[in-house]
Design a protein around this ligand. Structure first.
Ligand code: AHR
Length: 625
């Protein structure tokens, strides 16, 4: 491998190169990054037309003592369902000592930790002066981890809804707890919008700290959201409609994400996506619904309201706090505009049999957005990578999605952009991953093949502006798509080997891709070199990456051209991602089975002979002045 360190021969990788794609899939947001503990907090999960069901709430107490139903008497206009609880016992007559009521298990158990505080909010009205108790209860022996008594007092008797808010501190830990609301008083009680949030979320913005940190450590510079097919919906009524997801959380109707098969209260909505991007120091890329769902679409003659909805969405993100939609953003605590510079017109429709419909409606969005916001970069989902000609319609970028099922194919996709037109819109590789048997739940094999693909993208970063792996998250209790980068449950988290590869590429943003030549007969070896200036000491760092998809050790001679021998230290840092078996995966039991390991490489110099492990990604970091 001959590496030439002359920056003038290299090319700058875009600052926006490595990013993340967040989709509401696998309970990534609801029951995941979004820290709300209560599932179906508004009793709306049956949808707006169907009778609402109370799942996963359960009833505590015998049917002869308590009856629970849903009626439409809520004080919230956009979600009218409320839970009605008729209690037939009281403390002097047959109520169990712990009371009767309702219980919510959260998303496969709530993580309640000793010493931590939780804010419980709900809305209530009742016919009697009833007392309520709210408690977090552990799964093992029904131990109460925290509880508080609420006396609704004389007001409780009025028919008016009132908000109850309590912060309670846990006195023990249980990762599989539930929230109970109980009473020993006879009467009728209505409940609605029951929320329980840990006080300790990222900046108080509602993001689970441990999951936020996993993403932050990737240093993403772009943040694509909220889908994926989630944006489209199978049918239009289940698509992501941003207006339904903003404003006060109590008044969001929620919706059934029919593609991935679960309800979301939309606590993590459009605003929260923009906020998350800002917190990550990444530029948001809003994928909007363009009137096309997987199995139905609006006709071109009816597209105007959808175009307007998109313009309103951009105004919500960027408009002045006195504008119609900007003022709603302001009322949510963010008067300053979000830095929205990119939007994507739909997801994947151009790559399916919906191409004609997509191309018919696309110009309506493109023209309207460019007219109102000329600086916004518009992403088409017609993939131009395989054509030697530029994209045939106006766009700033185009989407590229690939999920090959063979590691070999993934490895060789590194060449996908070698012959792409050098003019016209650039590519956004917004979804890629090895899938299928070779990828399992996230194997080393997948990670190694993906690393080679990323090297190919860096090499072609004159035509590939942005990259994101997909999917980002999976709640291990709801695997809708495998593999994923980050795996979690109520309290644990780990990265798959693919996650660690992303981390090995985080310095690529804005780095110089150096000229290098790999002279080899092997078709399973890939290598490249980048350099950048360290923000800590201002020193330049040369990073050489070598990927070996072979099952045997490979010897590589590295020759560094353009550096004085004196500036190449004899000790370098070598980082290797590998494992004893190519099908090895990480797990909750062994979260660090396949993670990069750093060591000091002793025989460094301008000319080095290095051994590259079987099935590995190896980095050599060489600081120089
Ligand atoms: O990443 C999972 C899904 O794959 C996305 O929702 C979709 O865009 C693609 O087909």
């Amino acid at each position: 491998l001959i590496v030439n360190t002359s920056i003038s021969l290299g090319k700058q990788i875009p600052n926006t190169f490595m990013g993340v794609f967040f989709e509401e899939i696998n309970h990534a947001g609801v029951g995941g990054l979004w820290a709300e503990l209560v599932s179906n907090r508004g009793f709306e999960a049956g949808g707006e037309n169907d009778p609402s069901n109370i799942y996963p709430w359960t009833i505590i107490g015998d049917k002869s003592l308590i009856q629970v139903s849903i009626d439409q008497t809520s004080c919230f206009e956009r979600n009218k369902n409320a839970l009605k609880m008729e209690v037939h016992c009281d403390n002097s007559y047959s109520c169990p000592p712990d009371g009767i009521g309702i219980s919510n298990p959260g998303f496969w158990g709530m993580n309640i930790e000793k010493g931590k505080k939780y804010k419980v909010v709900f809305y209530v009205r009742s016919t009697e002066e009833i007392d309520l108790k709210i408690s977090f209860v552990g799964s093992d022996d029904a131990v109460k981890l925290a509880s508080t008594d609420i006396n609704l007092g004389i007001d409780g008797k009025t028919s008016k809804w009132r908000k109850v808010e309590h912060v309670i501190e846990a006195n023990a830990t249980n990762h599989n707890s539930s929230l109970q609301i109980t009473t020993t008083g006879k009467g009728v009680v209505w409940l609605d919008q029951v929320s329980a949030m840990p006080l300790d979320t990222y900046k108080g913005h509602g993001f689970r700290n441990d999951l936020f940190q996993m993403v932050e450590e990737l240093k993403p510079r772009i943040f694509r959201f909220p889908g994926g097919c989630y944006v489209e919906g199978n049918v239009s009524k289940n698509a992501f409609r941003w207006k339904q997801t903003v404003g006060s959380w109590e008044n969001r109707p929620g919706h059934y994400g029919d593609v991935w098969g679960y309800w979301t209260d939309d606590g993590f909505g459009y605003f929260e996506g923009l906020q998350l991007a800002e917190d990550l120091n990444a530029l948001p890329i809003w994928v909007f619904n363009n009137g096309i769902s997987l199995y139905e679409h609006v006709n071109i003659s009816d597209i105007s309201p959808i175009v307007q909805e998109v313009l309103d969405g951009i105004e919500f993100a960027r408009g002045s706090p006195t504008s119609k939609w900007g003022s709603i953003r302001g009322s949510m605590g963010h008067p300053n505009p979000f830095d929205l510079r990119y939007v994507a017109v739909g997801n994947e429709e151009c790559e399916r049999d919906l191409k004609a419909t997509y191309l018919e409606t696309y110009p309506k969005f493109y023209d309207a957005i460019k007219q109102a916001y000329p600086d916004i970069q518009i992403i088409s989902n017609c993939d131009a990578s395989t054509s030697k000609l530029p994209l045939n319609h106006p766009a700033d970028l185009y989407d590229y999605h690939r999920y090959p099922k063979s590691a070999n194919d993934m490895f060789h996709m590194a060449q996908d952009f070698d012959h792409t037109s050098r003019t016209g819109p650039k590519a956004f590789v917004s979804e890629y991953a090895l899938t299928g048997d070779e990828a399992g739940y996230g194997t080393l094999l997948a990670a190694v093949a993906e690393a080679a693909f990323l090297i190919g993208l860096e090499k072609n970063s004159d035509v590939v502006n942005m990259v994101s792996y997909a999917p980002l998250f999976v709640n291990a209790n709801d695997r809708r798509w495998n593999p994923d980068a980050i795996v979690f449950d109520s309290h644990k988290v780990y990265g798959t080997p693919s996650y660690w590869v992303l981390k090995l590429f985080k310095e690529s943003n804005g780095a110089t891709f150096l000229n290098s030549i790999l002279q080899t007969n092997s078709s399973t070896l890939a290598a490249s070199a980048i350099s950048w200036k360290s923000s800590i000491d201002g020193k330049s760092i040369l990073r050489i990456k070598v990927v070996n998809l072979e099952s045997k050790t490979v010897n590589v001679d590295i020759l560094i051209d353009g550096l004085e021998s004196s500036v190449v230290h004899s000790k370098l840092t070598r980082t290797v991602l590998t494992s004893s078996n190519v099908m090895d995966e990480n797990s909750f039991l062994q979260p660090n089975k396949v993670v990069p390991k750093e060591s000091v490489f002793e025989n460094a110099g301008k000319i080095m002979n290095v051994e590259i492990d079987p099935h590995s990604v190896t980095l050599f970091d060489i600081p120089y002045v």
